[in-house]
Ligand binder design. Structure first.
Ligand SMILES: [Zn+2]
Length: 97
């Protein structure tokens, strides 16, 4: 992925600021989603949710990682076997028909 800009973002949960992200963003849409999901998970939510988030539903021992995957979309993947668990933004939803 190439980067072409730096953005400053504030992260809110329930109207409470939980962190700031100041990072270069990828130049493509999938890369931006992967970057944001990865940074939010690793650098912001890990501090609030011990053990990481989102936890792998297969192994229950590690968090999923955001990666580019099928259909040029950003996916939450298991870091052990690279299974695509859900598209970023679709965790907990039934799989598409
Ligand atoms: Zn796993």
């Amino acid at each position: 992925m190439t980067t072409n800009s730096v953005e400053k973002l504030r992260v809110y949960i329930d109207d409470r600021i939980i962190g700031k992200l100041d990072m270069p963003l990828a130049s493509d849409e999938t890369g931006v989603v992967v970057d944001l999901a990865d940074r939010l998970s690793e650098h912001t939510l890990d501090e609030l949710i011990w053990g990481g988030w989102p936890i792998c539903p297969v192994h229950h021992t590690h968090p999923l990682v955001a990666m580019p995957g099928t259909g040029s979309r950003a996916w939450w993947q298991c870091p052990k076997d690279r299974t695509e668990v859900a598209a970023v933004g679709q965790l907990g939803l039934p799989p598409p028909a």
